[in-house]
Design a protein around this ligand. Sequence first.
Ligand SMILES: Cc1ncc(COP(=O)(O)O)c(C=O)c1O
Length: 477
Amino acid sequence: MTTGTSIQGLHPAIATPEVQAAIESVIAGIQQAQSTLHGVRGPDPARQASAEKVIQAYGEARGRGLVFPLMGSGLGRGALVELTDGSVKYDFITGIGVQAFGHGDLDIIRTALVAATGDVVMQGNLQCNEDAANFAECLLAGAAKDGPRKLAHCFLTNSGALANENALKICMQKTNGAPRVLTFEHCFAGRTTTMAQVGDSAGARQGLALNLEVEHLPYFNAADPEGSTERAVEQLDHAIRRYPGQHACLALEPLQGEGGFNVAPRSFFLPLMERAREAGIPVWFDEVQSFGRTEAMFRYQWLDLEPDVVTVGKMSQVCATLYTPDMNPKPGLLSATFIGSTASLRVGRRMLERLQQEGAYGEDGRHARLHKAFRRFAEKLVQSSPSHFPSMHDHNSPAELDEVIGGAGGMMRLTPYGGDGARIKALLMRLLDAGVIAFSCGHGPFHLRFLPPVGVLQEADIESVLSIVSDVLEDGS
Ligand SMILES: Cc1ncc(COP(=O)(O)O)c(C=O)c1O
């Protein structure tokens, strides 16, 4: 970001007028290149064959192809991304929410360019530059808002699964090696051997030697708020009675991501948290997917709840485990070579600053307004083609709007075809051809999942994407 003529963040010895002019010249060159991106565009026949060859070779190198046969070319603008085959598409999944400021945001690129003038690419736990301290400070300040720092500590790492591993280790040490984990149906926690056991997906632990005792409580059901809360509390009580002193934590996603963008209110979590606390069980909020993108920076703030441990990732660029002084583990429990790259530390911090400065949060903040716009366009779409939106409970009746439109803030979901997984998978491929990259979530019913670039998203982008969805739904009927 420029202030007057000087670019912030450069080492004083490097911040010569020549270096700064060179950085601005790179930015101007990128801006010029972006001016060719106006909207969805089909592939360029001259680039298609070589693009396919690389995608195929990479699939062979990985031992299995990519979910979507596509790769970014390195050029993009906002919600639009150019692919290596020359096509331009709306990116409404952004690497599962990582590119929160979309493609080619010039302020973000400038931040990364400045980071690249530093002396190291990767930073770690043994040696780091001030970037790690600045990023941690930004997260902790955001976690406290203007109040006291209850989550006073944060340990940085480079994946959501590792942030979760650290959270579980902290909880286990606090409970003297308690071997059990309480969590929820449909949760996802990452793909380490341990997190694959916490997550509620059978496929993710196929062939693994299971060594963790995990109990999956029912999650909140908006169609039966009181009943689902009662059932979860009852099962929690049972588990605590059955295994007193054996639970390391109550691990919960305050808004489930992979499980289907399932939103739950404060009144669901509060009694569960109270019971866990009474039994001496620490409460860990996994906000890896929901962090930053709903109506508050942290979901626990929006719900006005106080977890002992919180994990964040994806749009933060660098992942982290935050915890209270009471949970601070003994030396030796947490470390690793890498924290992240200089660019990811700088860009992560810049994104968090911008989200706050640009009014992302609050009841009438940008994220809440974008979600309302999504609902408005989605309602129009559902009402104009009710046959594509049958109820998930009775495929012969049209669905209620709240059944097929969901999420919060920049987590947006739509459920056509009664949540039929095979039809939604085919729809995603047709959408890709028509110029929209999206994904699914849920374990049945399945949903269309959008994690658009909230930091730069315009209502017009949502309108264009839902209009493409509408055309593609009609084509596949
Ligand atoms: C809630 C949640 N926790 C943890 C993870 C794992 O994060 P990562 O893929 O960065 O390891 C994810 C990823 O989707 C997630 O959604």
